[in-house]
Design a binder for this molecule. Structure first.
Ligand SMILES: [Zn+2]
Length: 273
């Protein structure tokens, strides 16, 4: 009896093990299919965000943004290397021939800074970043994550599908055109106007300690979308997220309340995600 019980227990265990295996295999397969279809996200495309604001997607591991100002433009993030940057610069040149007045590095990672020199060309732009980008030992790690593993950089071609954040990352490296910032800011925030465009850069330590973002700009940008399409759920969520970030950074309780209530108001009646 005992033996039989053991036998049953063992076969039940085996069955469970087989079930686990087949589920894992199915997930693995579904994951692969998902990753394959994800490659479509990286079609080379310059998308108009709003009047005078464009984002180049699919040319490199990270996106690059063009903001057209008066008599000049601003580039936010510069792609990984000379080749990717040249490809994006050629696309941006179709939209604006005005000189680049500023380049903003959101953080030091090579996919954001590697094409700086290409975009700068002979325009002599200000190159802006948070002080931490140059002050300390560069944080090229990814908060403990290993880039090669994360992006499949060392996988054999037969197994490689895409890098998740782009078609590939570090598989066919081209020379970097990194140029150091010419202007940095310390502390939480820098307000400035470049080519008539008001910018507010916020220190947003996240993936790296020197990360910066412009939440005010994000909030204003989504305003344009909402002006055209009041019911745009994505724009309402984005604006609420930007206002939430701004609210968290206010020292005054009244200002903080203002931002956070506005964020809540935007999210009213929206289905939870
Ligand atoms: Zn990064």
């Amino acid at each position: 009896m005992r033996r039989l019980f053991s036998y049953h227990a063992a076969s039940a265990g085996l069955l469970m093990l087989m079930a686990t295996f087949s589920t894992a295999a199915a997930q693995e397969f579904a994951g692969r299919e998902k990753l394959r279809s994800h490659s479509a996200e990286f079609r080379r495309e310059v998308i108009k965000v709003t009047n005078g604001v464009w984002v180049a997607v699919g040319f490199s591991d990270a996106n690059s943004v063009l903001i057209e100002g008066e008599g000049g433009s601003i580039v936010v993030d510069t792609t990984s290397d000379v080749e990717d940057a040249r490809a994006v610069k050629a696309e941006f040149a179709k939209l604006s021939t005005a000189p680049v007045r500023a380049i903003i590095y959101t953080h030091l990672h090579p996919d954001h800074t590697g094409g700086g020199g290409v975009f700068a060309g002979n325009d002599g732009p200000e190159i802006l970043a948070h002080r931490l980008l140059v002050d300390r030992v560069p944080d090229v790690g990814r908060n403990g994550r290993d880039g090669d593993d994360q992006f499949g950089s060392t996988l054999p071609d037969a197994l490689f599908i895409n890098a998740g954040t782009g078609l590939e990352f570090g598989r066919h490296p081209a020379p970097s055109a990194y140029v150091a910032p010419t202007r940095t800011f310390s502390g939480d925030r820098l307000d400035l106007t470049i080519a008539g465009v008001r910018l507010q850069l916020f220190h947003t330590p996240g993936e790296t300690r020197e990360n910066v973002a412009d939440f005010q700009w994000a909030a204003e940008l989504t305003d344009y979308v909402l002006a055209i399409d009041d019911g745009n759920v994505e724009a309402r969520r984005l604006k609420a997220a930007a206002l939430g970030e701004l609210g968290e950074r206010q020292i005054s309780a009244i200002a903080r309340n203002y931002y956070l209530s506005a964020a809540q108001y935007l999210l009213r009646d929206l289905p939870a995600r």
